[in-house]
Design a binder for this molecule. Structure first.
Ligand SMILES: Nc1ncnc2c1ncn2[C@@H]1O[C@H](COP(=O)(O)OP(=O)(O)OP(=O)(O)O)[C@@H](O)[C@H]1O
Ligand SMILES: [Mg+2]
Length: 373
C-alpha cells in the first residue's frame, strides 16, 4: 500500500471511530448534539469518495452504516419516528457516498485522459521537431554530396585529359632516347622521364577506374569463405595490435547471392573500425547465425563484437552520416559505404554499443531459398 493511501485510510478510520464514540457516549437527552454528530459522518464519506472514487465512497458509507446502526437500534430503540429519520439518514449516507464517488471517479478519469492526450501531443511535437532537424541535416548533406559529385566529375574529365598528353610525352621521350647510348647520362635522364610518365599514367588510370561506378556482380557466395579471406588479410594487423580475432563458423554452410568483392569490402570496413577501437588485450569475435521467421525469407546474421571503447549515444546517432568521424585522419565514409553495400544486397546493418565496453555490429542478409546450395 502506498504511504499516502495508508494515511488517508487511517484518517477515515479514526474519524469514523471518533464520531461513533461521540454518539455512543453522549447521553440521549442531548438530541441536538446527536443531530450534529449524525451529520459529521458526511465528512469521512465525502472525503473517501473524493480520495478513492465510487468504491471508496460506498465502502465508507457502508462502514458508517454498520457502526451507526446498533446505536439507533439499541440506544434509541422505541421512538419510531426518531428511528425512521435516522434510518433515512443511513440511506442518505450511501447515496451521497455513491454519487460523490462516481462524480470524483469520472473527473479523475477525465484528468488521466487529458494527461494522456497532452503526453501524446508532447511526443508528436518532439517527433516533429526531431524530423525537421533531420531534414535540415539531410538537406545540408545533399548539398555537399552534389558539390562533391560535380567535383568528382570534373576530376575525372581532368584525369582523362591528362592521359593524352602523357602518351605524347612518353612517345617523344622514347624517340629521344634512341639518340643517346646507354651509359650516357642523358640516356638515363630520359629513362627516368619515361618511368615517371608511366607512373603518372598509372595513377590517372587508377583514379579513372575508381571514379567509374563498378557494376554489381551477384553470384552465389559463401559467407564463411569471405570471412576467412578477410581473417587472413587482417591477421597480421590484429596480432600487431595484440587483439585476439575469433571467427566462429556458422551451424551450416551459408550461401547467399552477392557481389563477393563488395561484401568483403563491407566486412573489412567493420573489422577495421573494431580493430581501431579495441585496445591491446581486447578481442574481436565474428559469428554467423541463421534466422528463419515465419513471415519472411531465411536470413543470416553476421555479428562483429569487439571489446573496444564503444560508442556514446550522441556519436551513435551520427555514425552513418557521410564524413562523420571521430578519428584523426579518418574520412568518415567507411560505414556509409558499408551500409550502402549491405542495403544493396537487400540486407540491414545494425550497431549496438555499450559505451566503454564494446560494440556489436550486426549485418543481416537474406539467404538463397533453402538457405544453402
Ligand atoms: N567498432 C567501433 N567501435 C567504436 N567506434 C566505432 C566503431 N565503428 C565505428 N565507430 C565510430 O563511427 C565513426 C564512423 O565510422 P566510419 O567507419 O564511417 O568512419 P571512420 O572509421 O572514422 O573513417 P574511415 O572512413 O577511415 O573508415 C568512427 O569515427 C567511430 O567514432
Ligand atoms: Mg572506418
Amino acid at each position: 500500500m502506498e504511504r499516502s493511501t495508508f494515511i488517508r485510510s487511517l484518517t477515515l478510520a479514526t474519524s469514523i471511530v471518533g464520531i461513533s464514540l461521540l454518539h455512543y457516549f453522549t447521553p440521549l437527552h442531548l438530541p441536538y448534539l446527536h443531530a450534529i454528530f449524525q451529520r459529521l459522518y458526511y465528512l469521512p464519506i465525502i472525503l473517501a469518495a473524493l480520495w478513492f472514487g465510487l468504491r471508496g465512497g460506498l465502502s465508507c458509507a457502508l462502514v458508517v452504516s454498520i457502526v451507526y446502526a446498533p446505536h439507533i437500534l439499541f440506544q434509541w430503540g422505541g421512538a419510531l419516528t426518531m428511528e425512521m429519520e435516522k434510518y433515512l439518514e443511513i440511506l442518505l449516507y450511501n447515496i451521497v457516498g455513491g454519487v460523490t464517488g462516481l462524480l470524483s471517479q469520472r473527473e479523475r478519469e477525465r484528468t488521466v485522459e487529458l494527461q494522456k492526450t497532452a503526453r501524446g501531443l508532447e511526443e508528436s511535437f518532439q517527433k516533429l521537431q526531431h524530423q525537421s532537424e533531420r531534414i535540415i541535416i539531410i538537406e545540408e548533406q545533399l548539398r555537399r554530396a552534389e558539390k562533391l559529385s560535380t567535383l568528382g566529375e570534373m576530376a575525372a574529365v581532368l584525369a582523362h585529359e591528362i592521359r593524352n598528353p602523357l602518351g605524347s610525352i612518353r612517345g617523344t621521350a622514347e624517340i629521344l632516347k634512341d639518340d643517346y647510348k646507354p651509359g650516357d647520362p642523358k640516356h638515363e635522364f630520359i629513362e627516368i622521364q619515361i618511368r615517371e610518365t608511366e607512373r603518372l599514367n598509372r595513377v590517372v588510370e587508377d583514379f579513372l577506374h575508381m571514379a567509374r561506378p563498378q557494376p554489381t556482380q551477384m553470384t552465389p557466395c559463401s559467407i564463411q569463405e569471405e570471412l576467412e579471406t578477410i581473417a587472413t588479410l587482417i591477421a597480421n594487423d590484429a596480432k600487431a595490435r595484440h587483439i585476439s580475432f575469433v571467427l566462429h563458423p556458422p551451424p551450416a554452410p551459408v550461401i547467399i547471392r552477392a557481389d563477393g568483392e563488395k561484401l568483403r569490402q563491407a566486412f573489412l570496413n567493420i573489422i577495421i573500425n573494431a580493430l581501431q577501437a579495441t585496445p591491446p588485450g581486447g578481442s574481436l569475435t565474428v559469428s554467423t547465425t541463421l534466422r528463419q521467421r515465419e513471415d519472411s525469407a531465411p536470413v543470416c546474421e553476421i555479428s562483429f563484437s569487439d571489446t573496444g571503447s564503444g560508442i556514446d549515444a550522441e556519436t551513435l546517432k551520427r555514425v552513418f552520416e557521410p564524413f562523420y568521424t571521430t578519428k584523426e585522419g579518418g574520412t568518415g565514409l567507411g560505414l556509409v559505404v558499408t551500409k550502402k553495400i549491405i542495403e544493396g544486397h537487400g540486407g540491414r546493418l545494425l550497431i549496438e554499443s555499450d559505451h566503454g565496453r564494446g560494440t556489436t555490429v550486426t549485418v543481416s542478409l537474406p539467404m538463397l531459398e533453402g538457405g544453402k546450395q
